[in-house]
Ligand binder design. Structure first.
Ligand code: AMP
Length: 371
């Protein structure tokens, strides 16, 4: 954190301690309390956009001043604020946002691309101390085998050890107690309902028992969306969780809530990487009409293939074959040669530039061949 003593301006003034805000959830909850939003009895959906400051070692995607877009759903229990449906609703909204921004989803066959939702339950305010005690106890036996950072974390904030990326320590960390084994029945049932609601709306997720949040006020559902394109090692695009006891911790009424913060800088890096990839990506095919008489047929074929979702560029019948090949090789993965014979027979000559193979393919088989 950035905290320092501000210089007293006059001899009579006392120096004051100033801190730049590292995150916004606590500030939003404080505003909820101060403005008595709980008295309305309604569920509040609040958002913020702005800079945050953290004293971290800067690298790509990690800055000391960065920007967040965040939102919090908070209210009295009677407004539905504690319901697992809120958690699933927030996650479904975020999945839809990333889909609509055109960020692809990771899949089993494609796990190194696209966005991935990972979640966990860190339990209630009573589950967690029991877990932390068990974790401390287990760490006491193995911490001397761990890296220096983890030895320190084992003392100061044992939950942070679970976050560690240190290769050599992974086996030891995987063998530590899991929070899932320390959840009470209410927390277990809450988490199961969140997962069931996500299944019902087809939001893909992975449960990671090691996912925790650094701050103590988080309870139950915690989550993170990561992306594999454009961010390098800092691949957490957004994170969030439930904080059912936070309002009471800072002197307010009972007001369970759940929220998230998107790293705006990382969102932009992700979108930029995607745009660059799209610009560099070659088209599925280039159609070369052999003579102007085939121009109309070439356009008809382009229309047919585009309707199948393929990306197509059409040359012109006035181009010499050599020129068509040169242009096609630059912009597309394959060239389709459309001469009089091809139009008559319905069999198109296709050359794939990567394999160098050239063959005749029935028009109806073109979409599957070119994909
Ligand atoms: P956190 O509250 O730490 O989970 O942060 C939420 C999101 O803010 C993360 O998922 C990142 O996208 C972004 N973020 C956190 N710290 C930084 C940083 N130092 N620089 C840039 N983005 C950050």
């Amino acid at each position: 954190m950035y905290t320092w003593e501000d210089r007293a301006r006059a001899a009579s003034e006392k120096a004051q301690s100033l801190t730049l805000r590292p995150e916004n959830t606590a500030g939003v909850v404080r505003a909820y309390i101060e403005h008595k939003l709980g008295d309305t009895g309604h569920l509040q959906k609040l958002y913020y956009i702005g800079p945050q400051f953290r004293r971290e070692r800067p690298q790509k995607g990690r800055y000391r001043q960065f920007f967040q877009i965040g939102a919090e759903v908070i209210g009295p229990v009677t407004s539905g604020s504690e319901s697992p449906l809120r958690d699933a609703e927030v996650l479904e909204m975020l999945a839809t946002l990333l889909d609509e921004l055109g960020i692809e989803r990771a899949s089993e066959s494609n796990e190194f691309r696209g966005w991935k939702l990972t979640l966990n339950s860190v339990g209630s305010a009573t589950d967690r101390p029991r877990y932390v005690a068990a974790l401390r106890e287990a760490l006491a036996h193995v911490k001397h085998l761990m890296c220096e950072d983890n030895q320190r974390r084992a003392e100061t904030n044992p939950l942070r050890v679970l976050d560690s990326k240190d290769e050599a320590d992974q086996e030891l960390i995987n063998a530590l107690p899991k929070i899932a084994d320390y959840l009470d029945d209410d927390s277990k049932s809450h988490f199961a309902q969140v997962l069931a609601a996500l299944d019902a709306c087809s939001v893909p997720y992975t449960v990671n028992p090691r996912l925790v949040r650094g701050l103590d006020y988080y309870t139950r559902t915690t989550f993170e969306f990561t992306v594999e394109t454009g961010l390098g090692t800092q691949n957490a695009l957004l994170g969030g969780g439930r904080y059912d006891g936070l309002s009471e911790m800072i002197g307010g009424p009972k007001a369970p809530g759940i929220g998230f913060a998107i790293g705006e800088d990382r969102l932009i890096l992700t979108l930029q990487a995607q745009t660059t990839e799209a610009a560099e990506k070659k088209l599925d095919a280039y159609i070369a009409p052999m003579g102007v008489e085939q121009n109309a047929a070439a356009l008809a074929l382009a229309r047919e293939l585009r309707r199948e979702g393929l990306s197509i560029e059409v040359g012109d019948g006035t181009f010499r074959l050599k020129k068509s090949f040169e242009v096609a090789d630059r912009v597309a993965r394959s060239i389709l040669i459309l001469g009089e014979n091809e139009v008559a027979s319905g069999e198109i000559t296709v050359k794939n530039f990567a394999t160098g193979e050239q063959e005749k393919i029935a028009r109806s088989d073109l979409p599957s061949t070119l994909r």
